[in-house]
Design a protein around this ligand. Structure first.
Ligand SMILES: *Cc1c(COP(=O)(O)O)cnc(C)c1O
Length: 453
């Protein structure tokens, strides 16, 4: 990488070394809050929520497990006190010593249980299903399956609808979970679904899709290449719709709906979020859509009182590089730092961030931390042993956020925003992003990996 390119990144010399050496650290985003957050598009979050609600009778018919939640695809918010206790005992990177302040009065730790999201088993259920429903709805309005968004949506389950949808293909490029989400809902509605899988995609994810009649195209290259291949193939076919994970506002808004639902859950649990009660949210990041959309939603709902941190494997810090870059310029690929996206967190194994997401959320994200796979496995095991929760490695990365706030850079952030004395009243949410569909023998391997890493 040339010097002029490096100069464009908001990284100190030390931070540049950490990235190159694949050392974990917390990067505080200098662009955070530098522009008044504009909420011009907030209406789109409500549109997305309304769309998901319109489809609820259809979703109940297709997925009877949604009866309990009246057709909403949502997860619970659960307190994990035992986990909190052990996490705060963990070692900090670079021999830093934890400040006692946070240890003693660090507030409460919750998990957002998206690892249990019905239908798709991961956070991708939020964005992916919303985008497919958006496409199905537009098509249905165009061909007259429904007359308006006030029509009876049972029409989506009719034979005429199925025969129209069967003429169309929905395609996507994925490291695994987005493919599961799009493939499952696409096939259930009667579309042909084609998923372009990157080399990191797990075999069980491909098998699961094929069993559901989804066409899986395997690529030997990384996620970006799988997306590109899908895009090219899809664009050549007028009956093909491509879900573009790198720049889709429909995916993004589907993710953002989580914020409206979380607000309600916090209220039900009588947890305040205001200037004396800060909320900290730790979000695993791949290409950026899911954590970006959720951050966008949370900032619209809670403004300055919510602090969103992204989490990435040390081998794939693509959002960190994207956020540290300049507005309206292509994000730097992790390969420029000699990294190889070699991580077991397949949902986060992305080499280059979405420029679109970086540009939309650059002022909203407080920081990004990186973590070694060994720590992901350590926390995956803690979740199981202390709380009986089974997740995939990508999700476990959210557990170390609380600890990363205890580093020098985390403490500087808290001090700078006048938060140190409010930590006793703080709420922390580790966003567990996936895991429900992991086969038992696969999960067993994760647990065994703990001792080897
Ligand atoms: C996709 C995924 C993420 C990150 O979402 P992006 O939109 O790629 O940033 C996090 N966790 C899991 C389990 C995922 O599948």
């Amino acid at each position: 990488m040339s010097t002029s390119e490096k100069a464009k990144l908001n990284l100190s010399k030390k931070q540049t070394e950490y990235i190159r050496d694949a050392e974990p650290f917390l990067w505080i985003n200098p662009s955070y809050g530098s522009e008044a957050t504009t909420f011009a598009d907030v209406g789109l979050i409500f549109d997305a929520d309304a769309r998901l609600r319109r489809f609820s009778p259809v979703l109940i018919s297709l997925f009877p497990e949604l009866k309990e939640t009246n057709g909403l695809i949502e997860s619970t918010l659960d307190e994990v006190s035992l986990l909190r206790g052990e996490l705060l005992l963990g070692e900090l990177p670079h021999g830093e010593v934890a400040l006692e302040k946070l240890n003693q009065a660090g507030g409460r730790l919750f998990i957002k249980s998206d690892h249990n999201l019905p239908v798709a088993g991961s956070i991708k259920a939020r964005g992916g299903i919303h985008e497919v429903l958006h496409f199905a709805e537009s098509l249905a309005l165009k061909v007259g399956i429904i007359e308006s968004t006030n029509s009876d949506y049972h029409a989506f389950l009719s034979e005429p609808a199925k025969s129209v949808f069967a003429q169309y293909t929905i395609a996507v490029g994925s490291t695994g979970n987005l493919g599961l989400s799009i493939g499952i809902i696409g096939a259930a509605l009667g579309f042909n679904a084609v998923v372009h899988m990157s080399s990191d995609a797990k075999k069980w994810k491909k098998d699961r899709l094929r069993k559901r009649g989804v066409q899986v195209v395997e690529h030997t290259a990384d996620y970006g290449a799988a997306v590109e291949a899908g895009r090219v193939q899809s664009e050549a076919d007028p009956y093909s719709y491509f879900v573009d994970d790198e720049r889709s506002s429909h995916l993004f808004m589907g993710y953002a709906v989580a914020a409206l639902r979380l607000k309600e859950q916090l209220e039900n649990a009588e947890i305040s979020v205001d200037k004396d009660h800060p909320l900290f949210v730790y979000l695993p990041a791949g290409v950026g859509g899911a954590p970006g959309g959720i951050t966008f939603g949370l900032k619209s709902v809670f403004g300055d009182h919510v602090h969103c941190f992204f989490a990435e494997p040390v081998q794939a810090p693509c959002m960190l590089l994207g956020m540290a870059g300049q507005p309206n310029s292509a994000p730097t690929p992790v390969y420029d730092f000699g990294l190889s996206i070699d991580t077991d967190a397949d949902g986060l194994a992305v080499g280059t961030a979405s420029q679109w997401v970086c540009d939309v959320t650059r002022h909203m994200v407080s920081g990004v931390y990186t973590q070694r796979d060994a720590v992901l496995y350590r926390d995956l095991e803690k979740l199981k042993r202390l709380q009986g929760i089974e997740v995939e490695p990508s999700a476990a990365i959210s557990c170390s956020g609380l600890q990363m706030l205890n580093t020098n850079s985390g403490q500087t952030y808290l001090k700078h925003h006048g938060l140190l004395e409010k930590m006793g009243n703080s709420t922390h949410i580790a966003w567990l992003t996936g895991g429900a569909f992991v086969p038992a023998e696969e999960y067993e391997k994760y647990l065994q990996a703990v001792s080897f890493k």
